[in-house]
Design a protein around this ligand. Structure first.
Ligand code: B12
Length: 369
């Protein structure tokens, strides 16, 4: 049996009405050049637990308009998509199905809207893929594919995570590769799709396993740039320090996502610097108390950090790590003025860059809205 794994890839922030109004997102276009080529770790992970008698092919589709079919005949396709490209994913799924190819859909959007997804698929997995994939594949092989598999009540320990099949990737196509070190986030921010919908339980992956995954990447890309595909890498500081310590001898450069709490931890900051951390994407979320209030639903911790933001960013940059600030526009308590407020915040940070010890290295705060 031949199975095509298809990732709806690329960076996508498209909305017809906003585009008509002139929203061009130049920052995204620029960032696109760096990260749009990231492969789908979800599909590579499922490939890692697919039996060897199924022949696998891995494909990425950025723009449906330029897609004129797979290079080969496949019996089944498994498509992964976030919400941004789900409409294209459905069009593609419908095309495959009308050509007699079975379609499996999964991922965050499918988990949030399973009934919608089932209109375009022979089978879906709701929730994390790993708990249900072996059963789905077994059913597929004996011709008894069920329409839905629900992983949500099946606990999955990241110690059992399969080795992602990085070897399926075309070597030249990637300037970064992803590795996951944890799932979920203890903070429960109200807007966060993945930590609430997909992985409500906070778990970390054993450090030895993460290092093994990095080494498997290094067999193909000897000097890789690694992006940790996490919800909040430093949420568990003990695990974070073990991990970052273990990264030092690996001689890699890396990027990750976090809340701002690691700025309070000098030991962690020094370990990050020594292990090749290039940049951290930080969920700053908003620049006003009204916007931040209630975003972090457990202890309102994020709202209490606001006065410390500039100092924290400056401190992180002082360790040679650049900050990629992320903001949510349209939070409760904010209005159209929040666009200007975020812009002013970013510009003020940029103006203050002369104070940054980072200046010597020519690496300034780069905030992405
Ligand atoms: C890496 C990443 C990217 C990469 C994606 C690379 C790629 N090709 O996958 C890049 C930088 C390109 C990117 C872009 C965007 N991203 Co992003 N990204 C992430 C991040 C940090 C990690 C994703 C990841 O690799 N997870 C690890 C893997 C193992 O998990 P997974 O993909 O969910 O797969 C598991 C299950 O979902 C399931 N599964 C997945 N696919 C399939 C398919 C089948 C058939 C089956 C059965 C199961 C299955 O099984 C897997 C194993 O359990 C997440 C945050 C997060 N923690 O998920 C945000 C996240 C996915 N991104 C998000 C957003 C908003 C975007 C953008 C829209 C940003 C923008 N405005 O352009 C774009 C959209 C891109 C697109 N093409 O649609 C949101 C998505 C929200 C949503 N409702 O979809 C997230 C969840 C962040 C957040 N907290 O809100 N992103």
């Amino acid at each position: 049996m031949k199975m095509a794994l298809i990732a709806m890839s690329g960076l996508r922030a498209y909305n017809e009405e906003l585009t008509r109004l002139g929203l061009t997102l130049p920052g995204f276009v620029e960032r696109n050049k760096v990260i749009a080529s990231l492969p789908s770790l979800g599909l590579l992970t499922l490939a890692g637990m697919t039996p060897a008698d199924i022949e696998l092919g891995y494909f990425e589709i950025e723009n449906l308009a330029g897609f004129d079919g797979l290079p080969d005949d496949y019996d089944v396709v498994a498509i992964s998509s976030f919400s941004a490209q789900i409409k294209d994913a459905y069009v593609l799924a419908d095309r495959f199905r009308s050509a007699g190819v079975r379609v499996i859909l999964g991922g965050l959007h499918v988990t949030a809207r399973p009934d919608e997804a089932l209109q375009h698929a022979d089978s879906i997995i709701i929730g994390e893929g790993e708990p249900s994939w072996p059963q789905l594949v077994a059913d597929l092989k004996r011709g008894q594919l069920q329409d839905r598999y629900d992983s949500r009540a099946i606990p999955f320990d990241l110690a059992d995570a399969p080795m992602p099949r990085y070897d399926l990737l075309e070597q030249e196509a990637y300037n970064r590769l992803t590795v996951q070190t944890q799932r979920g986030c203890p903070f429960d921010c109200e807007f966060c799709a993945s930590s609430i919908r997909l992985s409500p339980l906070f778990r970390v992956k054993p450090v030895e396993k993460i290092i093994a995954e990095i080494r498997s990447i290094k067999e193909i890309w000897p000097k890789p740039f690694i992006e940790f595909a996490d919800d909040n890498t430093f949420a568990n500081k003990k695990h974070a320090k073990q991990l970052v310590r273990a990264l030092i001898p690996e001689d890699i450069r890396w990027f990750t996502e976090s809340d701002i709490s690691f700025a309070h931890d000098n030991e962690l900051l020094a370990l990050m610097r020594d292990s090749g951390c290039a940049q951290v994407l930080i969920g700053l979320e908003n620049t006003t108390r009204e916007g931040l209030n209630g975003v972090e639903q457990k202890s309102n911790w994020k709202a209490k950090q606001l006065d410390y933001y500039f100092e924290a960013i400056q401190k992180i940059q002082g360790y040679g790590i650049s900050v990629n600030g992320c903001f949510v526009l349209g939070l409760d308590g904010t209005g159209p003025e929040s666009f200007r407020q975020v812009l002013d915040f970013v510009k003020t940070g940029y103006k203050n860059r002369d104070d940054y010890s980072m200046k010597r290295r020519g690496n300034y705060a780069r905030c992405l809205m």
